[in-house]
Design a binder for this molecule. Structure first.
Ligand SMILES: [Zn+2]
Length: 325
């Protein structure tokens, strides 16, 4: 096993843009725009593929199912990698959605995971908004009435986020990412989304896109307003760690690197996404420097790793760190 660089899976939807290049330093494939870039996925035919090194060409799913103990350590065995990490470039408001929790999703045909997710704002154009939860005092009944009247926007809680904000969206919370945001998202690897409201717009064919009002309302279990995570960074040996989310599905941290930072050695895998600056892993892996937009999965079997800031770094590199709980 070695640190795994995975090939991004780009997704083109109506609402995408070109900011994976401008905000994240990616060299994008030709094409007009890209809405999502899936960095870590093991879901049926959607597979992250190892991009380089001795395991190049192998899918994440193969590693989970055939070399689970080396990859996942104490979290093995698993039928599939339980998390999905992606970047999103929202040039238009996304539809208002809700996902079921694990219990509700397990009752579906076929059964699925619920979807608890968290967002980290990478870039926020002036005036862009996040919609998360409902305004104070709005319950399921008031939400249903607003949906019937086409006025869902009036009961959604929203705020203007800043780069560096993290928003935790437990399953059952109504939410939408607004136009102007570039976001990193960690979520349970689930496919169940109920669209509650599409801002009274029409789709590419000129018709309104289907809504899933009944199933969606049934899935709403969290009504109150959701604010950005308020955690403070803890500085140790020059590296500032901000614990963003610890939940049943994932642990999500922001790391501002000092000179170096040690990760792993706990019989578990670790996923890193570099947002700014330049970092190096141990020279024996023969990896290129990891620059903004780079993501790497560190298998459990490779043990403790030192992540080192490049010498010339003017500002401390910023990383997102994901692990299984
Ligand atoms: Zn969602």
């Amino acid at each position: 096993m070695h640190p795994l660089l995975l090939t991004p899976l780009y997704r083109r939807y109506l609402w995408g843009g070109r900011r994976f290049a401008t905000s994240l330093g990616r060299s994008l494939p030709p094409g007009e725009d890209f809405a999502e870039s899936w960095e870590l996925v093991d879901r049926g035919t959607d597979q992250s593929i190892v991009a380089a090194g001795p395991l190049a060409g192998v899918s994440l799913g193969e590693l989970v199912r055939e070399r689970g103990h080396e990859l996942l350590g104490r979290h093995a065995p698993r039928a599939a990698f339980p998390l999905l990490f992606k970047f999103l470039d929202a040039c238009r408001d996304l539809s208002v959605q809700v996902h079921p929790d694990d219990t509700r999703a397990a009752r579906l045909t076929p059964p699925d995971l619920g979807k608890t997710e968290a967002w980290y704002v990478i870039d926020a154009a002036a005036g862009s908004r996040i919609y998360a939860g409902l305004c104070d005092g709005v319950d399921q009944r008031a939400l249903a009435a607003a949906l019937r009247a086409g006025r869902c926007g009036e009961v959604l809680h929203s705020f203007e986020p800043r780069a560096g904000d993290c928003v935790f969206i437990p399953a059952g919370t109504v939410h939408a990412i607004g136009a102007g945001l570039v976001v990193a998202e960690i979520q349970e690897s689930s496919d169940v989304t109920y669209r509650l409201f599409d801002w009274n717009r029409t789709g590419a064919d000129g018709k309104p896109r289907p809504l899933h009002t009944e199933a969606g309302l049934e899935a709403v279990t969290q009504c109150g307003p959701v604010a950005p995570v308020a955690s403070e960074a803890i500085v140790e040996d020059g590296t500032a760690t901000r614990q963003l989310v610890t939940c049943d599905s994932f642990v999500f941290d922001e790391i501002r690197l000092g000179r170096d930072w040690t990760v792993g050695g706990d019989d578990a895998c670790h996923f890193l996404a570099i947002l700014s600056g330049e970092v190096h892993l141990d020279a024996r892996w023969q990896l290129p420097p990891l620059t903004p937009g780079a993501c790497v999965l560190l298998p459990a079997a490779i043990g403790r790793q030192v992540v080192r800031a490049a010498e010339a770094a003017a500002t401390p590199p910023t990383l997102l760190h994901v692990q299984l709980p």
